[in-house]
Design a protein around this ligand. Structure first.
Ligand SMILES: [Zn+2]
Length: 143
């Protein structure tokens, strides 16, 4: 992985980003690596940026500070993913954790998050419809 070290240093020095956050930021292009949300597009996105451990720290403390195990993401995806382990369970050897494995794990984690998000879809649609109907009637939208 070739990384723009100058940019990493600037993020660290000027914004106080940890090295791991700065590296994750640069590698991810400022987007949530799970849902693709541009975390720089609006202040709200920037405010909910987090670093997830792709392979959870709880089961793999040896990977906690591994640069490939850091995933720039939004708070929603991180919360939905929780302690999900992309390999199911077990220890991943630090020496064997590489970019190929990271790509596979990212893909598995994205599918996991998307499937959990779908559970909210019907409730979200109904809530939106119901609230908008009521608020239109009662003038929340400028009436
Ligand atoms: Zn996200």
């Amino acid at each position: 992985m070739s990384i723009d070290e100058d940019l990493v240093r600037q993020l660290s020095e000027q914004l106080g980003f940890s090295r791991l956050l700065a590296v994750a930021y640069v590698n991810a292009g400022g987007r949530c690596e799970y849902c693709g949300t541009d975390l720089l597009m609006a202040r709200q996105g920037y405010a909910i940026q987090e670093i997830d451990h792709l392979v959870p720290r709880s089961s793999n403390p040896a990977l906690a500070d591994h640069p490939l195990n850091q995933v720039l993401c939004c708070r929603v995806c991180n919360g939905v993913k929780g302690h999900f382990h992309p390999a199911g369970a077990g220890e991943i050897e630090r020496e064997q954790f590489n970019e190929q494995q990271r790509r596979e794990f990212l893909s598995i984690a994205r599918e996991h998050i998307a499937s959990k998000m779908h559970r909210y879809d019907e409730s979200w649609r109904k809530a939106t419809q119901l609230l908008q109907e009521v608020w239109w009637k009662h003038g929340k939208y400028g009436g």
